[in-house]
Write a protein that binds this ligand. Structure first.
Ligand SMILES: NC(=O)c1ccc[n+]([C@@H]2O[C@H](COP(=O)([O-])OP(=O)(O)OC[C@H]3O[C@@H](n4cnc5c(N)ncnc54)[C@H](O)[C@@H]3O)[C@@H](O)[C@H]2O)c1
Length: 349
């Protein structure tokens, strides 16, 4: 078993099969009598019985809340149903919520735990690759509003994260690729070794070790900059452009990880043209994305992408922090102005 401690507050344990002993692990860190599992209908089919049995075996009284899967259900209404459910089950401040699922489930369950009784503890059992390498680590919780994604939320750390790579066996290839987008991003911003391992290895080879390396990178970054004032911004490499593409597609085109991949290539090409990124880096990222069956470009004009990206940012400030990489593994923050972002992106044309 691999273990990573975050902020001296909680552990992330990575082990195949750990889902079947989650009750024992949770018992070690919690005095709760009752555990409320939160999961979606897809994940419930595969893992709810095992998690319920393990929690009951460890002596917890167990309730489960199942919501319909999908980002479209990551709403304040679903979160409210969760907290009403916690109340109906009689959860007290010393009880615990268990998020069993992907990032949608983890973000909403964490948020419900943050606001119910002014905060109760929760445990993350992430079952998608993206949730295992990214969303279950770092304490960001929340849900979407009609005008945009993740606009409501709270910072609330889990008390424990249990990562079972075996759960990836039931995950659709499309979502595996989504997680890979984030994994490639970690290589780009922080670890040349990880990037080279992905380049040279078979597809998904050594995935347990890769998950561990990514979690370690994210945990390190979160430790240095919990409130996202500086270092944590590096995690947004590719995201400004990626979000813009998702928005232009009305969130029904490229998936998040794929859009981020396209964003990493577009930014690196533009930065190469300006001497801000070593020449050849964008091509390396392109090749790695292609290996995992991910797109590397979009048909949208650069100007249109820039406008879509800046609509959000400009509401907050005229200045803009773009995440670039000097070379593979060397992410940095480049400061510019919102009005110049279109010209920046077009630099590669
Ligand atoms: N909190 C953070 O720091 C953070 C970081 C990145 C992303 N996110 C959020 O994460 C969400 C995306 O996460 P996601 O891609 O995991 O989405 P998701 O939770 O919707 O999961 C993707 C799909 O896979 C299914 N699924 C999950 N695990 C499965 C398994 N083991 N077997 C079979 N099916 C399974 C789900 O039912 C769903 O249909 C977004 O809402 C995003 O905003 C949060």
């Amino acid at each position: 078993m691999k273990s990573i401690n975050v902020l001296n507050k909680y552990n992330i344990l990575i082990k195949r099969g750990i889902i079947n002993s989650c009750g024992e692990e949770i018992k070690k860190i919690s005095k709760a009598n009752t555990a409320a599992i939160v999961t979606d209908d897809n994940v419930a089919k595969h893992y709810l019985d095992a998690v319920t049995a393990s929690l009951e075996g460890a002596g917890f009284k167990v309730f489960s809340f199942i919501f319909p899967h999908g980002e479209e259900n990551k709403t304040i209404e679903t979160v409210m149903k969760m907290v009403e459910f916690f109340a109906e089950c009689g959860l007290t401040r010393s009880d615990i919520a268990v998020a069993l699922g992907g990032g949608v489930c983890g973000d909403m369950c964490g948020f419900a735990a943050a606001i119910y009784l002014r905060s109760i503890s929760f445990v993350q059992i992430p079952t998608s690759l993206l949730a295992q390498v990214d969303s279950s680590v770092g304490g960001k919780t929340g849900c979407d509003l009609k005008v945009g994604k993740n606009l409501v939320g709270a910072f609330h750390h889990p008390s424990l994260v249990l990562i079972d790579p075996d759960t990836l066996s039931t995950l659709d290839e499309k979502y595996m690729a989504d997680g890979m987008g984030e994994i490639i991003k970690y290589g780009c911003i922080r670890s040349k070794g990880l990037f080279e391992k992905l380049e040279s290895g078979e597809k998904y080879a050594d995935i347990d070790e890769i998950i561990y390396e990514c979690v370690k990178i994210k945990a390190d970054i979160v430790e240095t900059d919990f409130m996202e004032r500086n270092e944590r911004m590096l995690l947004n490499f590719g995201h400004t452009v990626g979000h813009a593409i998702e928005k232009l597609d009305n969130f029904s085109g490229l998936s998040h990880g794929m859009a981020v991949g396209v964003g990493m290539v577009a930014l690196s090409k533009a930065a190469e043209a300006k001497g801000l990124t070593k020449v050849g880096v964008a091509e390396k990222i392109e090749k790695l994305l292609e290996k995992y069956g991910m797109p590397t470009e979009t048909d949208y004009e650069k100007e249109i992408i820039a406008n879509a990206a800046m609509n959000d940012k400009k509401r907050r400030s005229d200045s803009l922090n773009i995440i670039l990489i000097k070379d593979i593994g060397e992410g940095y923050i480049y400061k510019t102005e919102c009005d110049k972002f279109g010209d920046f992106l077009k630099g590669a044309e």
